[in-house]
Design a protein around this ligand. Sequence first.
Ligand code: KG4
Ligand code: ZN
Length: 334
Amino acid sequence: KNDVYILGIETSCDETAAAIVKNGTEVVSNVVASQIESHKRFGGVVPEVASRHHVEQITMVLEETFQQANMTAEEMDAITVTEGPGLVGALLVGVNTAKALAFAKHKPLIGVHHIAGHIYANRLVKEFRFPLLALVVSGGHTELIVMHEHGSFEVIGETRDDAAGEAYDKVARTLKLPYPGGPHMDRLAAEGEVNIDFPRAWLEDGSYDFSFSGLKSSVINTLHNAAQRKEILRDEDVAASFQASVVDVLAEKTYRAAQQYDVKQVIVAGGVAANKGLRKALNTKFADAKQELLIPPLELCTDNAAMIAAAGTVAYQQGHRAGWDLNANPSLDL
Ligand code: KG4
Ligand code: ZN
């Protein structure tokens, strides 16, 4: 038997997820139990509520994962789990479940970085070619990362304040859109016109860092001033103009980095990779470029465990093993 079957477990935020991946490239089963409905009325993820939900859901999610694959834990080569970053109480549920399962079934235990997972979601679509550039855009992250080989990550740029998804969610909240606001903003933006000139933070020449807090404040001020002057701004136009600012900077910096680092592939990862405006802008930018652009299907963009199993497979093949002292690390470095 040469095939490698890896179980992945992900509980870093508000999705309880488990998946089985074959050879790091093929999804065998993939189960996600979302808690979004429970957090909606609070307008964001409540950590303690998230932890409790994970505890309630994890056993069922695991059973469903094995059932869908028609496999058992005995047939797994390793148990892999998100060890960070994320909410500590939420992470602990996954880490302890993985430990218990690995201990009981005598399987290797491996900790996976959540962002490595988001990047490896793309390998479930197409094999990597190095060097590659990854744009990671989620609720907690905005990073440009160069990979020269499997399992090695060079962060060449990151946000200095808010993450892209965080900016989306905060602006959405001021427009009184439900949580999480990103998809609602995306939908509104498609119906609006780019007619408000919001700032774009390019930062220093040649910098691949990002900053979205100035843009967020500018949107809030614009809404506030309009309300005082009893001016009507269409939410659709605010969303479209905001989205244009975010997407311009993300697409342009990604394009420049791809040329400078002369990469073969550009991959997009994280929840904001679902954004239609971003997908369109990147597709246009890279239409005639020599780099191949990969954007995963929607269900692999947002948090899931198949991506953790995919990244975990590489860690397994490279010989990484965690001890029984594996712990949740809310601020784990990539
Ligand atoms: O990767 P993810 O599921 O969780 C984190 O690890 O953060 O990303 C969630 C983030 C949220 O901020 C959500 O609003 C944003 O991704 N998001 C979007 C879209 N879909 C999800 N933002 C903009 N446009 C979308 N279509
Ligand atoms: Zn994520």
